[in-house]
Design a protein around this ligand. Structure first.
Ligand code: 13P
Length: 340
């Protein structure tokens, strides 16, 4: 298969029905933080056990079309010896890989951050491909205040995202472009909208300059929300504000927008996605690529106990099912029927 047909086949498999992505690509320090909450020590075996549990959930492929893995997981095996990426692929869940190397302070821009990991990326991608990865993810983060993010951070992160996406496409790997405007702080929803619009505008400008094929990439943005310390907004408001920004900035050629949850509760993340999908018709498929909002309920059910595995898998499946309903805009109505 030539590279273009291969990219198209991967996009088709990922943007499929009312399905979303499971983000299970937490870095070492992040997964340690998640495990800390349930009193589990993070080591190679506990991380393998957790990710094996997630990927062997019976029926998961009904709602999940792809999984984002961390480099370590790509080389780990299920209890029966099957490589974990193969365990996903066998059920029809496309395996992907987080390829950025994390963020650090951006020089000459106090408070702003830049994501690194471009050096040697083409070579790393060739190895990940051999291990089964068909798509990749790179996350840029933007801190919000009255003056943050600055122009330099917006430009530098857009450039890095575009270079990453171009390198991926050349290697036959579908890039997920993830610019995350953080929820931390007490900023207003209007400020979040303003920052998100500036960020996305710059990201698509850079992608275009680097000749990234929009049809062969996916966007993973944050939703437009008030800062965590500024209270909450109703799903209808989040949906209206988020779609307004997306319509202004994201070309219709992009096949899918898969939101991150970014610190929303599982129920909020589902309700907000649902509200957006009730505001159609939309030029792109709107779905989920949640980490915390999908993993929190099963993690709390598991608590590191093998005996809780089935319970945890049921919790993951249920959360995935609800988000699949939100992809169709059918979640709220189903909740009301259930309550009636
Ligand atoms: P959250 O949904 O927990 O934000 O995680 C998604 C992700 O992949 C962050 O990079």
């Amino acid at each position: 298969m030539d590279t273009r047909s291969e990219l198209q086949a991967t996009v088709d498999a990922m943007v499929h029905g009312a399905k979303g992505l499971l983000a299970a690509d937490e870095s070492g320090p992040t997964i340690a933080k998640r495990f800390d909450r349930i009193g589990v020590a993070s080591n190679e075996e506990s991380r393998r056990a957790w990710r094996n549990l997630l990927l062997s959930t019976p029926g998961l492929a009904e709602f999940i079309s792809g999984v984002i893995l961390y480099e370590e997981t790509l080389g780990q095996r299920a209890d029966d010896g099957t490589p974990l990426p193969e365990l996903a692929a066998r059920q029809g869940i496309v395996p992907g890989i987080k390829v950025d190397k994390g963020k650090l302070a951006l020089a000459h821009a106090p408070g702003d951050e830049i994501t690194e990991g471009l050096d040697g990326l083409a070579k790393r991608l060739a190895g990940y491909r051999q291990q089964g990865a068909r798509f990749a993810k790179w996350r840029a983060v933007y801190n919000v205040s009255d003056r943050l993010p600055g122009r330099l951070a917006i430009r530098a992160n857009a450039e890095a995202l575009a270079r990453y996406a171009a390198i991926c496409q050349e290697a036959g790997i579908v890039p997920i472009v993830e610019p995350e405007v953080l929820m931390d702080g007490a900023h207003t929803m209007a400020r979040c909208a303003e920052v998100t619009e500036a960020v996305l505008h710059e990201v698509f400008d850079a992608l275009q300059q680097h000749a990234v094929v929009f049809e062969h990439m996916l966007l993973k943005p944050s939703m437009v929300l008030p800062g965590k310390d500024a209270g909450q907004a109703a799903p209808a408001e989040v949906a209206a504000q988020t779609l307004k920004v997306l319509r202004r900035t994201v070309p219709a050629a992009v096949p899918g927008i898969f939101f991150l949850s970014g610190g929303q509760t599982p129920a909020e993340a589902t309700a907000n996605l649902d509200a957006m999908n009730r505001l159609g018709p939309l030029p792109w498929r709107l779905s989920f690529s949640y980490g915390r909002a999908l993993q929190e309920p099963p993690l709390l059910a598991w608590r590191g106990e093998p005996a809780n595995a089935a319970l945890a898998q049921r919790a993951l499946l249920q959360r995935s099912r609800l988000n699949a309903m939100a992809c169709l805009g059918q979640y709220e109505a189903a909740m009301e029927n259930a309550a009636a």
